[in-house]
Each structure stands twice: as C-alpha cells, then as structure tokens.
Design a protein around this ligand. Structure first.
Ligand code: AVJ
Length: 322
C-alpha cells in the first residue's frame, strides 16, 4: 500500500448548501432572473455536458486537447518536475492523467464542488498512478480559494491546472480575483496551466452553444429540473426555450432560457411571474484574445507567460509564472 494511505477527501465546509440555495432562490427573483451555471452539473447535467464535448459544433474541448497533444512536451518543460498537480474543477479527472507522467507529479489534488465527482476521480487516479498521492478537496471556488494548508503538507511546487475555458464562466473582474488568488497560492516555482476560449466569428460561437441536435438546449433546460428539486419549484422545461447569443461588446456568449408564454411559476412558498419572452440568464461564457487574456494574467500579478494556440487561434493555452 502507498505510504500515504488511501486518498483523503477534505471537505471545505462545502459551504453551507443552505447559503448556495438561498442565493439561487434570490437570483430567480431578480430582474432579469439568473441562475448560476454551477447548478448545471447534477448527474444529468454532467452527462449532457460530456455529450456537448463530443458535438461537432462544440470545438473548445477538442481544440484544447489537440493543443495539449501537440505541445505536451514543450508545455511540460515549462512546469516544475515532481509537482503537486492541482486540478481546479477536476470532474472525472481525465484531463489531468496525461500530464502526471510528463511532469513527474508526486501528488494530485482534485478540487471540485461535487464530492461525488471527487470520489470518481480519486478512484480512477489511484488505480492508474500507484506512486502518486491523491487528495480531493470539495469546495466551491466561486468563493475565495483556501488551499494553502493542504498544499503545505507537501514541499513540492504546485501546478494549478485550469483547462477547458472554465474561467470563462467568471466575469473578467471575478476572473481577476480568482487568478490573483491562484497566484498567491504559488511559491516561486509554482505555475498556472490554463486554457481559454478565443474570440472568433459569431456564427462559429453561436453554433457551439446552440447545436443542431439540441444537446446544449437540453443541458440549459435541465437546470430548471435542478431548481425544481433543490427549491421545490414547478418550472416546466417545455414552457421555456433555449437561446444562445454572442454579445460582442461584453465579449461573451450568453445563454438564456426564454419564457414561451406569460406564466407564473411556484418557487417554494412564493410565486414568480414571467412575461412572454422574458429571459432567465443561465450562463456567461467569456471569450478572450491572446492579448486580452495575457493582460488579465499580468493584472493578476503573473510575470512570465508562455502561450500556445491552434492554427486558427481558436483556443489559447498559457503557462503563467509568478
Ligand atoms: C464548462 C464553462 C467551459 O462555457 O463552454 C458548454 C459550459 N455551456 N456549453 C463553456 C458550456 C454550454 C462551458 N464551460
């Protein structure tokens, strides 16, 4: 057996579920109503997101994977050897595994809001990498990151891995806060490896978020089922329509659920009226140019940056050093 014993899951007060649900409820009574994208990912939502990643129109996952495959050696050479690899929003962990050997990782720290996903990724990782110590941290990193304690349990430098343009769900101001916090978690040898989706033609972006098979529509509408379950509401997904639009001024895709008719929805003990055509905002997905994301990283206090992209510059990968 490994000297460090079985993988541990550190539950960082998965910050009172109650306060998350109170925020969810409050958002529904705002104008426009809003639902945080973190609520997409119940079991059904995770399955639909996996299906999205296979769609012809959804280029980010495969474009990033192609950049990683093509430049893995060059990228790994920019990362410290023997690192503790911190996968932010690890899900099933699959994006991490191809890196552990090239960087000679000693420790893997999966960070995810879902303890269920952590269990899955820890089981997968320990089975595959018997010489790596595995730790899961259940936390909501839309709240300030507090990983110093668990990182200090090992002297190894940290590599924060934040792939898939997940950073795009934060506004640039919120992204800056998260990136600063990551930077503060890095010692001199620590690095951030991050993937971010590029600005591109409207039709390419909108097709990626409104695919012909309606998988993204199902993913978006599924959040209403999550709300029904979590808040005791009675949203009827049939009475809402999926919409995805690129907002070029804000530099983001916006996903909405548009009420197909005037209707009143019960939410717990209250009611929320929706006009015909009224929208619920469910997700912002910000897009960056290599230049605008470099500027954000510099604002967050990162010094040296390396950048890799695909031939069309649709997706950007950065290694950032403090
Ligand atoms: C998981 C935030 C990277 O914004 O592209 C995919 C989520 N939403 N299709 C994205 C998503 C609709 C995705 N991220």
């Amino acid at each position: 057996p490994a000297p460090w014993g079985p993988p541990s899951i550190v539950v960082d007060a998965v910050e009172d579920r109650a306060s998350q649900l109170a925020a969810l409820r409050a958002g529904l009574f705002e104008h426009p109503a809003q639902i945080s994208p973190k609520f997409f990912y119940d079991a059904q939502g995770c399955a639909l997101y996996s299906a999205i990643c296979e769609l012809q129109e959804y280029y980010p996952t495969r474009t990033e994977a192609a950049i990683f495959d093509r430049y893995r050696g060059a990228i790994a050479r920019r990362l410290p050897r023997g690192a503790q690899w911190v996968d932010l929003g690890c899900g099933d962990g699959a994006k991490s595994w191809p890196w552990l050997e090239p960087v000679g990782a000693r420790r893997w720290l999966g960070v995810d809001i879902s303890p269920q996903w952590l269990r899955i990724s820890l089981d997968a990782g320990t089975g595959r990498f018997p010489d790596v110590e595995f730790v899961g941290v259940a936390t909501d990193f839309t709240k300030p990151l507090r990983l110093q304690r668990v990182l200090r349990r090992s002297p190894a430098p940290a590599v924060f891995f934040y792939p898939g343009s997940s950073i795009g769900n934060f506004t640039p101001a919120e992204a800056l806060v998260l990136l600063r916090s990551v930077r503060e978690h890095l010692g001199a040898d620590g690095r951030l490896l991050i993937g971010v989706d590029g600005v591109k033609e409207r039709h390419v972006l909108e097709a990626a978020y409104d695919d012909a098979l309606g998988v993204t529509a199902a993913f978006n509408l599924n959040v209403l089922r999550v709300v029904n379950r979590e808040l005791g509401a009675d949203f009827d997904p049939r009475r809402f329509a999926h919409r995805a639009v690129f907002n070029p001024h804000a530099g983001r895709i916006e996903m909405h659920l548009v009420s197909r008719e005037a209707q009143t929805v019960r939410i717990g003990h209250d009611e929320r009226h929706f006009d015909d055509g009224e929208a619920v905002v469910t997700e912002y997905s910000y897009k960056y140019t290599a230049q605008s994301f470099s500027a954000l990283l510099r604002d967050a206090g990162f010094g040296a940056l390396q950048h890799w992209s695909d031939d069309r510059e649709w997706f950007h990968v950065f290694v950032a050093a403090p």
